[in-house]
Design a protein around this ligand. Structure first.
Ligand SMILES: Nc1ncnc2c1ncn2[C@@H]1O[C@H](COP(=O)(O)OP(=O)(O)OP(=O)(O)O)[C@@H](O)[C@H]1O
Ligand SMILES: [Mg+2]
Length: 283
C-alpha cells in the first residue's frame, strides 16, 4: 500500500568540490493514512534529509518518490505543488518559523485566505476551531497575541494549527518538540498524537530520542537510521522490547540515560521565554 507517500530506494548525495556526503542511502519507506512512522537515529544519520525529500524541499539524487501512487517525476508542476501542499513540515524551532510581527489570528488567517479562499465569519470560525483543536483556549485570548507573548509550547501549538490550515494528509515533524521543556513536551505530544488519530493524518515523526519515539509511535512503527540507511524498522513495542540491531540497543541505552537525567535535573532548554506568562493556559 503506502499510498500517500512512498520513497523507493531513495538516495541523496551532497557533492561539493572537496567532498561527497551520502546523506541518504537507498531508503525505502512509505506512509498510509493514519500511519505513524518515527524516524530515529543519531545526529547526521540522514533523518532531516528524508524529511526534506518527503516535503519536496530537497530533490533525491536517485530513487523514486511517489505521492498517491504517482511518481513525482511524472507529475506536472501543478500536480506536484498540490501533492506537496498536502505534506506539511513542522520545524524544531517554533519561534523561527513564526513571523514575529504577526498575531496568532493573522498567522492562521493568511493560509486560510490564500488556499481556501475563506473570509468573514467562516474565516473566524475556522481560526477558532483550529485554536481549540490545538488546545489554545479560550481562542479569543490567543488570537490577538504576538509570538513573543507566548510560551514555547504555545508557539509550537500555533505552528501545528497553521500546518492544519491547508488540510494536509501528511505531517513531517522534524524534532518538533525537542526544544520544549520535558513536562510541556508530553502535553504537546499527546495533543499532536490525538489530532493525528482524529484526522487520520500520516506522520513522519523525526527524533533522535527513542524514548520520545516510543511514546509518540505507540501502536505504530519505528525506523532506525544509521549513516543514511534504515537498519531496523519494526513495530514500536517490539523494537523497544527486543531490538535486533546493536545500534538500536545503543539508542535505547541513551534514551534510558536521558530519561534518568531529565527526572533529576531540568532540561537545559527548559527555561521559559523571558516574556512568557508564568503559568499560561494551554502550555
Ligand atoms: N545541504 C547540505 N550540504 C551538504 N551536506 C549536507 C547538507 N545537508 C545535510 N548534509 C549532510 O548530510 C548528512 C545527514 O544530515 P541530516 O541533517 O539529514 O542528519 P540528521 O539525522 O537530521 O541529523 P541531526 O539529528 O543532527 O538533525 C550529514 O552528514 C550532513 O552533514
Ligand atoms: Mg535533523
Amino acid at each position: 500500500m503506502n499510498g500517500l507517500v512512498f520513497l523507493s530506494d531513495i538516495s541523496k548525495v551532497y557533492r561539493s568540490r572537496r567532498r561527497e556526503v551520502t546523506a541518504v542511502d537507498r531508503v525505502t519507506l512509505g506512509l498510509d493514512p493514519g500511519q505513524i512512522v518515527c524516524l530515529v537515529g543519531e545526529s547526521g544519520s540522514g533523518k532531516s534529509t528524508i524529511g526534506r525529500i518527503v516535503t519536496g524541499l530537497t530533490d533525491p539524487t536517485a530513487g523514486d518518490l511517489r505521492y498517491g501512487g504517482v511518481s513525482a517525476r511524472s507529475m506536472s508542476r501543478r500536480e506536484l505543488k498540490a501533492s506537496r501542499l498536502a505534506v506539511q513540515l513542522i520545524h524544531q524551532d517554533p519561534y523561527a518559523s513564526l513571523n514575529p510581527g504577526m498575531t496568532v489570528g493573522a498567522t492562521l488567517a493568511a493560509p486560510l485566505k490564500r488556499h481556501e479562499g475563506l473570509s468573514g465569519t467562516e474565516l473566524s470560525r475556522r481560526i477558532r476551531t483550529l485554536l481549540e483543536d490545538v488546545g489554545l483556549t479560550p481562542s479569543g485570548l490567543f488570537e490577538p497575541k504576538l509570538p513573543h507573548e507566548l510560551s514555547g509550547g504555545q508557539r509550537q501549538r500555533v505552528v501545528i494549527a497553521r500546518s492544519l490550515t491547508v488540510d494536509p494528509k501528511v505531517l513531517v515533524a522534524d524534532e518538533a518538540l525537542s526544544m520544549l521543556d520535558v513536562s510541556i513536551r508530553v502535553s504537546v505530544l499527546q495533543m499532536l498524537r490525538g489530532l493525528c488519530d482524529d484526522r487520520e493524518l500520516a506522520v513522519l515523526f523525526i527524533t533522535h530520542d527513542l524514548a520520545v519515539a516510543r511514546q509518540f509511535g505507540d501502536g505504530h512503527t519505528v525506523a532506525v537510521m544509521q549513516q543514511g540507511r534504515i537498519v531496523e524498522h519494526r513495530d514500536t513495542a517490539t523494537l523497544v522490547a527486543n531490538p535486533e540491531h546493536d545500534y538500536t540497543r545503543d539508542l535505547l541505552r541513551a534514551a534510558r540515560h536521558e530519561g534518568l537525567r531529565s527526572r533529576h535535573s531540568p532540561h537545559p532548554q527548559s527555561v521559559p521565554a523571558t516574556n512568557a506568562p508564568a503559568m499560561p493556559p494551554g502550555r
